[in-house]
Design a protein around this ligand. Structure first.
Ligand code: ATP
Ligand code: MG
Length: 560
């Protein structure tokens, strides 16, 4: 990826400081980073942090950032994920140019290097089972035990390894292990597995291989082959760095990348783990990877979150070396701030209550002017129809209001935005005693929303003409988890039973019904909404991206 340098608004972080120093000291003339996803699921917000960091620094320092698929485990990886990951990185606004790679491109070279390790006495074939290997690995306080197969001759090891490759043995029969130190204080150095037998079809190499390299073996060598200068990963790999350095030292690699670790993103009310997200989809807790409640990139997109809001969020949280948990409110703040700036304003009534303006002529309709964005005159205006029968929001009316309720109630006057002052004269109820319709009068002198006599009203409400508005389904999404720190091991107990609420009788402006926009709009006083792909010509569906204010904390009594 090549790009013009862009000014960054982020304060410097330790990664950027290291890169600047490496460029200043001429250790590198140009930096190369990479984003190395395993194609075994869809990308989530945690990946967005890593993407923004790797592609971001490459952009800022005029370097390159590779997209490399770490496709070393064919039992879990699929083309669908490869495609979605590319689409998601692009949607976030980043571009790898011609630098698209796959660890599987290097399988031949990785194999050759494994033979090199064997020839130099640095690797051996172990016939122990997985369970035995684990059982003999030792603990943090106790050393491991050498495998009875550790001292095989080079010839025997080469022969067995080649036969593993040729597919002679069943899955799990043998592994290739590095010969390092079973007593090392670092468990990653206790003869880690480099190759395992796996008779599995690979999306790219087909049935060529019966053995596949471990992540730990493939990862660092792939970085070395690609000439990655700054191999940036999350903190849990800090203890793996000595192994990566050991391998780089033992092999004739073309470069020696340095690994730097940063803190992964953790978010309240959210689980950022492909394992959990896969289970949510598989067990039907959500409608799919792109369910708007998912913290996946496709979920955020379907929810109407603009990519710049994700980039802003990532910039705000910064890059640190210590793990922490970010408040979900930070993400929501970024989304609101971004949408407030760009979203066009519209009117929609989510839970309609009919209002009849008794002194408005029956056959009459007039067009009133409404602004599309209060801070952006260039966004222009539109015309909305006013007539005798209207809809207002059910909760904008109370028959017996408490003292501080300034919206519509019997005898009280309010402003209908862009239209007139109205006053409620009568309440119509059904047999069950529920309010089903209001009778109101309007003051023709208040057209446009101001009284010539200067009298004031305390509330301005949104509304729609009954005959001119269109029906819509509106989906209100709330947090998927009720617990600020959901239990990843047993998350079903923390699921929010009210994470999706469907409003099937909503009314919207006719212009919204026909617009095919994928961009979120503000429905005045309600929040931001985006058209969903489930829409049909007769029945548009809208997802709530986010409310105008943070009401979640109040609803669940949690801290958000
Ligand atoms: P998960 O933990 O969700 O299963 P993963 O680490 O297994 O994710 P990979 O495809 O291996 O997923 O990740 C690709 C890159 O994204 C890695 O460099 C990884 O460090 C980074 N990454 C994954 N999760 C996060 C996160 N929560 N915060 C920051 N970076 C992350
Ligand atoms: Mg991983």
């Amino acid at each position: 990826m090549t790009a013009e340098p862009v000014a960054t608004e982020t304060g410097r972080d330790f990664i950027r400081d290291i890169i600047q120093a490496d460029l200043d000291s001429k250790k590198h003339s140009r930096i190369v980073t990479r984003f190395p996803p395993e194609p075994n699921g869809y990308l989530h917000l945690g990946h967005a942090k890593s993407i923004a960091l790797n592609f971001g620094v490459a952009q800022e320092f005029c370097g390159r950032c590779h997209l490399r698929f770490d496709d070393t485990n064919p039992t879990k990886e699929e083309q669908e994920y490869i495609d979605s990951i590319q689409a998601d990185v692009r949607w976030l606004g980043y571009d790898w140019g011609s630098d698209l790679f796959y660890a599987s491109d290097y399988f031949d070279r990785l194999y050759e290097w494994a033979e090199t390790l064997i020839r130099n006495g640095h690797a051996y074939v172990d016939d122990q089972s997985q369970a035995d290997i684990r059982a003999h690995r030792g603990t943090l306080t106790e050393p491991g035990q050498n495998s009875p197969f550790r001292d095989r001759t080079v010839e025997e090891n080469l022969d067995l390894f080649r036969r593993m490759k040729a597919g002679e043995f069943p899955n799990g029969a043998r592994v290739l292990r590095a010969k390092i130190d079973m007593a090392s204080g670092n468990i990653n150095l206790r003869d880690p597995v480099l190759y395992r037998i796996l008779h599995a079809h690979h999306p790219r190499t087909g049935s060529k291989w019966s053995i596949y390299p471990s992540y730990d073996y493939a990862h660092g060598q792939s970085d070395a082959i690609e000439g990655i200068t700054h191999s940036i990963c999350t903190l849990e790999f800090e203890d793996h760095r000595p192994l990566y350095d050991w391998l780089l030292d033992k092999l004739p690699v073309p470069s020696k990348p340095h690994q730097y670790e940063f803190a992964r993103l953790n978010l309240t009310y959210t689980l950022l783990s492909k394992r959990v997200l896969t289970m949510l989809v598989r067990d039907g807790h959500v409608a799919g990877w792109d369910d708007p409640r998912m913290p996946t990139i496709v979920g955020l997109k379907r929810r109407g979150v603009p990519p710049e809001a994700v980039r802003e969020f990532v910039k705000r949280i910064g890059v640190a070396k210590a793990n922490s948990v970010v408040d979900l409110g930070m993400l929501e703040f970024s989304i609101r701030e971004c949408l407030n700036r760009i979203a066009l304003r519209r009117m929609a009534v989510l839970r309609p209550l009919k209002v009849v303006i008794t002194n408005y002529p029956e056959a009459q309709t007039e067009e009133l002017e409404a602004v599309n964005h209060p801070d952006d005159p260039a966004a222009g205006t539109r015309r909305i129809a006013f007539s005798r029968e209207l809809y207002i929001e059910q909760d904008d009316f109370m028959e017996n209001p408490p003292k501080k309720f300034f919206r519509l109630s019997p005898g009280n006057e309010v402003r209908l935005r862009y239209a007139y002052f109205i006053k409620c004269t009568d309440v119509v109820k059904n047999a069950a005693g529920e309010v089903v319709e209001l009778r109101c009068t309007y003051d023709p002198a208040t057209k446009g929303g101001n009284a010539p006599d200067g009298r004031k009203v305390k509330a301005t409400m949104h509304w729609l003409s009954a005959a001119h508005s269109k029906p819509a389904e509106i989906r209100i999404y709330n947090q998927l988890f009720l617990n600020a720190a959901p239990d990843a091991a047993n998350f079903t107990g923390d699921l929010n039973p009210r994470s999706l609420e469907i409003l099937s009788d909503a009314r919207i402006e006719p212009a919204i019904a026909t617009a095919n926009s994928t961009e979120a709009m503000q429905f005045e006083r309600q929040g931001y909404f985006v058209r969903d792909a489930d829409s049909t010509p007769d029945r548009p569906v809208f997802n709530r991206t986010i409310g105008l204010r943070d009401t979640f904390a109040k609803e669940v009594g949690g801290k958000s």
